[in-house]
Structure formats: structure tokens, C-alpha cells
Design a protein around this ligand. Structure first.
Ligand code: ATP
Ligand code: MG
Length: 631
């Protein structure tokens, strides 16, 4: 048995022994008396009786050894601001913020909604909340009033922390009017709003409700606010899923389990060491931002680089310039960002000294082989895919290079991570599939490991119904993703279970067709969606963003490329997988987090109402689809 295989096996078979060891990676005020209480499945209670604090482990714990080392490196190419906070400085800022929260009436267990751009104060706010046991709920700054209002009602925060504005591509995006509008729309009203004024967009304060951060910070300049020792099960935060497939769910996370899970992942998966620099290009509004911009790197004593800006501004090599400048060792991004870079000059990838960089981790959506190969060749660094969900908080599938070096296989995120008892089930019979190349639903046997969601905020019933009751007669957690395993135990994610299409009795993951189409040299990006068809039940339709669009104004050129793409799918997957149409778009319809809005595409193709589009980044491609299909 390989080293990783036995590590993994122990995590499943000697669960409590395994996690008791991992628990030693963090500081506890009181050590847990029991590792996992799974007496009320599917609710798992990790590290029973233990008390700890996430902020203590992320910040204060490091003061002894590295008070003056960088903790938070803040870079904005939108405002030109660039500041490095040492652990000691970060600790001071967090205590000031914690004192402000207390002065505004925030108590342990209260919710604080954070609606902020990528500014250092957002990190202070998150850390200050967990320091005093307030539950933060970060709402992505790109969301408009309606989305924000539904989240205010769900989280019912005592306090909202916001800023005058964000900035995107040099354009100021005012937040305050959106926030005011959201508060007027919501049923729940916060008792206070704390405003960080960046001086980007003038706003009017609401008397009696709004407080100015700069003023209060001045008042609490020398504040000392101790970390509150919290029960392991005390919620650290709630976070809404992207809502790609429907109404967002308020994922609730504990304190002890999450702290242990992240500390363990920093060691076993990311091989992070104190003093190194972690640069995640995500946003604090998403789960990657929580786990690997804020908490994970800091828990490991690393500096985290927090970036506001685009990957292409002021130039397409800006990320690599930052890697050189700050000697970044670990980078975490998403395939969608790599596809943006792919449209730039590849020479930019080698224009800077990136010798400090050990690996680039990518997650959030399927990483197709050509994209992985392109960035691997361009950077000359390992590219490591990892598959997880807002719900799990850390990777389900990847390679644990910190345990044993394992090759990544492009197209596959990797193997199950320790603690995740991953299985494939037949979606027709619910039987477990153990053979290679058998396609099924990716599920996880309970208990979910530490760090995963405890429940959905305020809705235990929805938690059980949504995730644990999709396979009749079996209590397993469904990821709602469709996958397959190869002979070496590497998994391939074939798409969401909703996206499996059934053409003439053949079950096909849209991902397989996308993979095939993206191997065409003129395809920059592709989405394949199953669309209802009166004759065949369902057909696949492909939406392609071409690399070279110069000829595509001409109908014949479009037809030619469409024909080539169809032939390619025929030869690789067989005629049954061939898309019925290939449409060319200038970009794909995505959420602000870069996830494809398949449901919306499908709805437009089927002449239905695309539903709530508040999370869409740019509606142009949906209009392009409408025009081309003449619907
Ligand atoms: P919602 O659940 O609200 O519809 P969402 O599922 O898009 O939103 P996230 O939790 O951000 O919200 O995304 C997790 C999903 O993203 C996974 O279930 C999977 O479909 C996809 N995903 C994430 N990482 C990968 C990866 N490395 N490879 C393939 N798919 C991935
Ligand atoms: Mg999901």
C-alpha cells in the first residue's frame, strides 16, 4: 500500500485516532474530550468539549515567533494601494475592529454581515468577528440589492459592515446605494452599519444607523480585546453558495472542526510553511476566499496576499509581477481566470522571475486539459486541480503532496482526500459502483470530516432534505456532481447531475463533450448544455467562444467551424454525443464568481424565463443566444 493510501485508509477506519492527531495542529484552551459524536446522523459534532478560537490560531498564536513577519499583504491595482501588515500589526487592527464591534453592541453569537470589496478592513472584520464569537456572513460585493436583501433576511445581522465603493477595471462601483436599497427591501433591519470610507464615492450617512469606521478606529486605537474561547461547535460563519443551480443555501461552519481541517490541509495538501507567501486570487465573498485567502494561510503562519483588481490590468502579467515582487510560493486561482489569461500574449507568463512559486492550485469548476496544459507549459510549474464545494470548506478530491508526492493527471482533480469517504453511486439503482470507468453520482458517506458544513443556517430540515435524502434508503451526502474513477483511483468530474444528458438512451456528462470540443485549436472556451428536443428528448447544444474571431462575421466561416467541431466530437466520443448546434458567443454567461449559468442558457434555448439573473456578470451572451436562435 502506498503511503497516501494508508494515510487515507486510517482516516476512514480509525477516524477518531486520525483526527485526534490532526487536532494537535492547533491551540486549544480546553482539549476535546471526544473526537466525533455521530450519534445523530447526519449531524456530526467534531471535537466535543474542546474550546478554541479561530482568530487566536490565525493571528495571536504567531506573535511569539513571528510578530514582525508579514501576515497580510494588501495590493490593489484599482487604487494603487499596497500595504504589508505584520502579524503584530494585523493583531492590533483586528483588536481595534473587535472593540468597534463591541461598541456597536455585537455579542457572541450575533451575526455580522460583511458586504465589502477586497480591502484589508474586510479581513480585519472577519477576524474580529471570530475573535469575539460573532458569526460573520460575507456577501460578495458584486451582488446587487435584491440578492443582498435576501441574505440580510436569512442571516438577520445585528451589524452590517460595508464600504463606500468597490472598483473593477478602473471603474468605481458604489456599494452604499445598493446597501441602502437592500436594507429598505429587507424585512430584517440591522441596528448599525459600519462604513469604511475609501474616498472613492461620496455617500450620505443615515443618522442613527451609520457609523464611520475611521472615527471609531481612532477611538479604539489602543484597544485590547482578548480572544473568546469558544465551544468547538460554535458557528464561526455562514456563507451562501454561489447559487448556480438555484436558491443559495446558507452554509454554516463550526469553529474547532474548521480550524483543524484548514490547519491539516495547509500541511498535507498545500505543503505550506510559516514564512511563505500564499496568493489566492479569489474573493472573500466565496468559500476559497474564506479558507485560503483569510484563514488557511494565516493558520499556517504564512503571509496571505489579498488582491483587488483584474488579472489583466494594468497589464496581463500583473499576477506574475506580484509573484516576483512578494516571492509568492503558493498560488490559488480558478480555471476561468486562466482562460482569461489564455487570451493574452503567452510571453507574459515568462516575463517575470517566478522561481519562488512552487505550484498553482485551481478549483471552482472543471479544469479542461488544454487549459491545464497551456498554463503548465507557460509557467513551468505544477498545476494542481482540486475539487470541492462551499459546503465542504476544503478539497474533497486532489493530491496530498504533503503526505506523498503524487502525479496530477490533467482532467482529473485527483483522489479522495483523507476524511472524505467518497463513493460513486448508480443514479438509477443507488448501488455503489466500484469498477473503473463506471459513471455515477459522487457521494460522501457520513460523517463528513471536520470543516464541512454543520447544517444550513436556521434550517436543519433543509440540510437533511437537500443533501442527505437524494438516494432512497441511504443516508449519504450527495455532491450533485456526476463522476467516474479510473484504474488508479483518480476521479473525473463529468458535470452536475442536472447536466447529465440522455440522448437516445446514452447518458453523457456535458463535461465530456466540452473536453472534446476544447481540444479544437480555435476554441478558447466552451459550454455544452442539454436542451429539450421534441424528437430526441434531449440534445446537446454547444456554445463556443472562439480564439480567432476575425472570420466569424461570415456565415460560411461559422458553418465551417461548426462542422469541424461536430466532426471532432464524432471522432472522439461518437455521433451520439455530437451537439445539434454550435453557436458562437463573445463570452459565456457566467456568475460573478466565474461559474457557468447553465440553467439560464438552457432556459433561453427552451424559450423559458431564465429566472433570477442577479448574479450574472454580463447578460450580453444570453442576448446573443436569443438572437441566433431567433427566440
Ligand atoms: P449552488 O450549489 O448554489 O448551485 P455552486 O455549486 O456553483 O452553487 P460552489 O459551492 O461554489 O457553488 O461550487 C461547487 C461546485 O463547483 C461543485 O459541486 C462542482 O460542480 C464545481 N467544481 C468545483 N471545483 C471543481 C473542480 N475542480 N472540477 C470540477 N468541478 C468543480
Ligand atoms: Mg453546489
Amino acid at each position: 500500500m502506498t503511503k497516501y493510501a494508508s494515510f487515507y485508509q486510517r482516516s476512514i477506519e480509525d477516524r477518531d485516532g486520525f483526527w485526534a492527531e490532526q487536532a494537535d495542529l492547533i491551540d486549544w484552551q480546553v482539549k476535546p474530550s471526544q473526537i466525533c459524536d455521530y450519534s445523530k446522523p447526519p449531524f456530526a459534532h467534531w471535537f466535543v468539549g474542546g474550546t478554541t478560537n479561530l482568530c487566536h490560531n490565525a493571528v495571536d498564536r504567531h506573535l511569539k515567533d513571528r510578530a514582525d513577519q508579514p501576515a497580510l499583504i494588501y495590493v490593489s491595482t484599482e487604487t494603487g494601494q499596497e500595504i504589508t501588515y505584520s502579524f503584530a500589526q494585523l493583531c492590533d487592527e483586528v483588536q481595534r475592529m473587535a472593540a468597534i464591534l463591541q461598541s456597536l453592541g455585537v455579542k457572541q453569537g450575533d451575526r455580522v454581515l460583511i458586504y465589502m470589496p477586497m480591502i484589508a478592513e474586510a479581513a480585519f472584520a472577519m477576524l474580529a468577528c471570530v475573535r469575539i464569537g460573532a458569526i460573520h456572513s460575507v456577501v460578495f460585493g458584486g451582488f446587487a440589492s435584491h440578492s443582498l436583501a435576501t441574505r440580510i433576511d436569512d442571516a438577520s445581522p445585528v451589524l452590517i459592515i460595508s464600504a463606500d465603493a468597490g472598483s473593477r477595471g478602473g471603474k468605481v462601483v458604489p456599494y452604499k446605494p445598493l446597501l441602502d436599497e437592500a436594507i429598505s427591501l429587507s424585512q430584517h433591519k440591522p441596528s448599525a452599519v459600519l462604513m469604511v470610507d475609501r474616498g472613492l464615492s461620496a455617500f450620505t450617512s443615515v443618522p442613527g444607523l451609520d457609523y464611520a469606521y475611521a472615527e471609531l478606529r481612532q477611538q479604539h486605537m489602543n484597544a485590547k480585546v482578548a480572544c473568546v474561547w469558544l465551544d468547538s461547535a460554535h458557528p464561526s460563519y455562514t456563507l451562501y453558495t454561489s447559487g448556480t443551480t438555484g436558491k443559495p443555501k446558507g452554509v454554516q461552519r463550526d469553529t474547532g472542526g474548521y480550524t483543524v481541517a484548514l490547519a491539516a490541509s495547509m500541511q498535507h495538501i498545500f505543503e505550506g510553511q510559516a514564512g511563505q507567501v500564499y496568493f489566492s486570487t479569489s474573493d472573500i465573498g466565496w468559500v476559497v476566499g474564506h479558507s485560503y485567502i483569510i484563514y488557511g494561510p494565516l493558520l499556517a503562519g504564512m503571509a496571505t496576499l489579498m488582491y483587488e483588481g483584474l488579472p489583466t490590468r494594468p497589464h496581463g502579467g500583473v499576477w506574475w509581477e506580484l509573484v516576483e515582487k512578494y516571492k509568492v510560493t503558493h498560488m490559488f486561482s480558478a480555471p476561468t481566470a486562466v482562460r482569461v489569461l489564455k487570451k493574452q500574449d503567452p510571453a507574459l507568463l515568462s516575463a517575470y522571475d517566478i522561481s519562488s512559486l512552487k505550484a498553482l492550485y485551481l478549483a471552482g469548476e472543471p479544469l479542461d486539459e488544454p487549459t491545464a496544459q497551456w498554463i503548465a507549459d507557460g509557467l513551468g510549474k505544477p498545476i494542481i486541480d482540486n475539487y470541492w464545494q462551499t459546503e465542504t470548506g476544503w478539497p474533497i478530491l486532489t493530491v496530498a503532496n504533503g503526505v506523498q508526492k503524487m502525479p496530477s493527471k490533467f482532467g482529473s482533480p485527483g483522489v479522495p482526500m483523507y476524511g472524505f469517504n467518497v463513493k460513486l453511486l448508480s443514479d438509477s439503482t443507488g448501488e455503489e459502483l466500484t469498477g473503473a470507468q463506471e459513471k455515477g453520482v459522487v457521494v460522501i458517506e457520513g460523517p463528513l470530516p471536520p470543516g464541512c458544513l454543520q447544517t444550513l443556517w436556521g434550517d436543519d430540515e433543509r440540510f437533511v432534505k437537500t443533501y442527505w435524502q437524494s438516494v432512497p434508503g441511504k443516508l449519504v451526502y450527495s455532491t450533485f456532481d456526476w463522476g467516474v474513477r479510473d484504474e488508479d483511483g483518480y476521479f473525473y468530474i463529468l458535470g452536475r447531475t442536472d447536466d447529465v444528458i440522455n440522448v437516445a438512451g446514452h447518458r453523457l456528462g456535458t463535461r465530456e463533450i466540452e473536453e472534446s470540443i476544447s481540444s479544437h485549436p480555435n476554441v478558447a472556451e466552451v459550454a455544452v448544455v442539454g436542451v429539450a428536443d421534441a424528437l430526441k428528448g434531449q440534445v446537446a447544444m454547444a456554445f463556443v467562444v472562439a480564439k480567432d474571431t476575425s472570420a466569424l462575421g461570415d456565415a460560411n466561416a461559422r458553418l465551417k467551424l461548426e462542422g469541424e467541431i461536430m466532426k471532432l466530437v464524432d471522432s472522439q466520443l461518437g455521433a451520439v454525443a455530437r451537439p445539434s448546434r454550435v453557436l458562437f458567443l463573445s463570452l459565456l454567461p457566467k456568475t460573478r464568481s466565474g461559474k457557468l449559468l447553465r440553467r439560464a442558457i438552457q432556459a433561453v434555448c427552451e424559450k423559458r424565463d431564465p429566472g433570477d439573473l442577479t448574479t450574472i456578470d454580463d447578460p450580453t451572451p444570453l442576448q446573443q443566444i436569443k438572437q441566433q436562435l431567433d427566440v
